[in-house]
Design a protein around this ligand. Structure first.
Ligand SMILES: NC(=O)c1ccc[n+]([C@@H]2O[C@H](COP(=O)([O-])OP(=O)(O)OC[C@H]3O[C@@H](n4cnc5c(N)ncnc54)[C@H](OP(=O)(O)O)[C@@H]3O)[C@@H](O)[C@H]2O)c1
Length: 161
């Protein structure tokens, strides 16, 4: 499995159930990586998407403990059920896309993390794990700095050693 996330300097990922920033270049990068793939997200993240709708042209799997939850995408009620559901898929094709609770549970199963690093400290209430402090991960790719609407960021790929 892989994780894909955008973080600020403190590995913050969101505030008040929303993303911290909207960067067109990052959205394009996210789309390029996930189109045609399976994406796994928590119920809060689904509901934060535009119109609260699943993302087009991807196999959306949503985690919730609510047994009566909507039927416009695949639903999973536990970590174990999710792992079973994706076990026959190529793990290269399964992306964990958030939020905090879901990243935390599935990072141990991820061998690659695509991290968009924003060169700013923002006011976050949700966080990703700090991969720079984890000796199990190393950086295998780092883009140059990109600047959009006064925000500087770069794409960094971490791989489990
Ligand atoms: N920066 C980024 O790249 C990025 C990406 C995605 C999201 N975010 C941000 O992250 C924040 C949301 O994160 P969050 O931690 O609050 O919510 P979340 O992880 O998106 O969703 C949490 C919900 O998922 C369900 N869930 C999680 N684990 C489960 C399990 N093992 N079994 C069954 N259901 C499970 C539960 O839903 P029920 O309550 O329905 O049971 C839980 O309340 C927002 O601010 C969002 O914008 C940022």
């Amino acid at each position: 499995m892989k994780a894909i996330v955008v973080v600020d300097k403190n590995w913050g990922i969101g505030r008040d159930k929303k993303l911290l920033v909207h960067l067109p270049g990052d959205l394009k990068y996210f789309k390029e990586h996930t189109l045609g793939k399976t994406i796994v997200m928590g119920r809060e993240t689904l509901e934060s998407l535009p119109g609260g709708r699943p993302l087009l042209n991807r196999n959306n799997i949503v985690l919730t403990r609510n047994k009566g939850y909507r039927a416009d995408c695949s639903i999973c009620h536990s970590k174990e059920e999710l792992l079973k559901m994706v076990k026959d898929e190529n793990t290269e094709e399964v992306f964990i896309i958030g939020g905090e609770k879901v990243y935390k549970q599935f990072l141990p199963y991820c061998d690659t993390c695509y991290v968009t690093k924003i060169d700013k400290t923002l006011d976050a209430d949700k966080f990703f794990y700090n991969l720079d402090e984890d000796e199990n991960f190393s950086v295998v790719y780092e883009s140059g700095v990109i600047e959009e609407d006064g925000t500087r960021y770069k794409f960094v790929e971490y791989r489990r050693k």
